[in-house]
Design a protein around this ligand. Structure first.
Ligand SMILES: CC(C)(COP(=O)(O)OP(=O)(O)OC[C@H]1O[C@@H](n2cnc3c(N)ncnc32)[C@H](O)[C@@H]1O)[C@@H](O)C(=O)NCCC(=O)NCCS
Ligand SMILES: Nc1ncnc2c1ncn2[C@@H]1O[C@H](COP(=O)(O)OP(=O)(O)OP(=O)(O)O)[C@@H](O)[C@H]1O
Length: 198
């Protein structure tokens, strides 16, 4: 049996950095955030549903997703976010399951910000939480995306706090800028490859 491992963590926690290390070790990674945006652009029925719900402004004239518009629509309005999540998540989850079945590797990784919130962590054998202090996460995202602290906090408020996620996580990687990441990833990779966890 091929193990399916989820990697999750709040905005700016360092999920993508952690997954890049797993990927360098030869492990295939499904990036749910990126896949969501790809499917929102190319999946005709998803596009139509988003347009019907959020208006023609949801897409630019060249057909690409109007991310700032949608972010503004949903991250300040819980009901609107629920609607968008309800349209996007089932399509991405289905795609992730198909993808995992096609992989030939000791184990696979699904990277997603909302594995616990969406309940989709249950589809994986184990879930890793990437954890970092809130202040550091805000700073990192402000730097990375050129956004304000308020914009980062608006997204954070739609995610569970780390304390709640820790209760469901099987493993925690601490990415506080003090503890080194690579040894933490190597130790988990060794366990997943050993077969002892199955
Ligand atoms: C609103 C959108 C277009 C904004 O795009 P943008 O490029 O600014 O952000 P991106 O998708 O790269 O997400 C960056 C981070 O924001 C946070 N975030 C994104 N979607 C959500 C959400 N639905 N709830 C809470 N936080 C979220 C996550 O921490 C994520 O890693 C996009 O986030 C989106 O379509 N979100 C809804 C679908 C979704 O849940 N996607 C992510 C998981 S499948
Ligand atoms: N240990 C670290 N030291 C310094 N910078 C870091 C560290 N970890 C992550 N970063 C930087 O912080 C930013 C956020 O990291 P990353 O993109 O991996 O987070 P994420 O959890 O995938 O975020 P999001 O949920 O927004 O997609 C990036 O610019 C990354 O390069």
């Amino acid at each position: 049996m091929q193990l399916k491992i989820g990697v999750t963590g709040g905005i700016g926690s360092g999920k993508s950095v952690v997954c890049r290390i797993f990927n360098v070790l030869g492990i295939p990674v499904f990036d749910a955030d990126a896949e969501a945006k790809r499917l929102m652009t190319i999946d005709a029925s998803l596009r139509n549903a988003i347009r019907a719900e959020f208006g023609t402004e949801a897409y630019h004239e060249d057909g690409t997703l109007n991310r700032p518009y949608l972010a503004d629509q949903v991250f300040n309005d819980e009901q609107r976010l629920k609607i968008l999540n309800g349209l996007v998540h089932p399509v991405v989850i289905r795609k992730g399951e198909q993808w995992a079945q096609q992989q030939k590797a000791p184990y696979t990784i699904k990277e997603a910000a909302l594995l616990f919130e969406s309940g989709s962590f249950k589809l994986n054998h184990y879930t890793i939480l990437v954890s970092a202090p809130v202040g550091i996460r805000i700073e990192r995202v402000m730097q990375r995306d050129g956004v304000t602290a308020e914009q980062v906090k608006a997204r954070m408020e739609r995610q569970w706090p780390d304390e709640r996620k820790r209760q469901l996580a099987d493993f925690v990687i601490v990415n506080d800028g003090i503890q080194a990441l690579i040894p933490q990833v190597l130790a988990l990779d060794k366990q997943f490859r050993s077969g002892q966890l199955q």
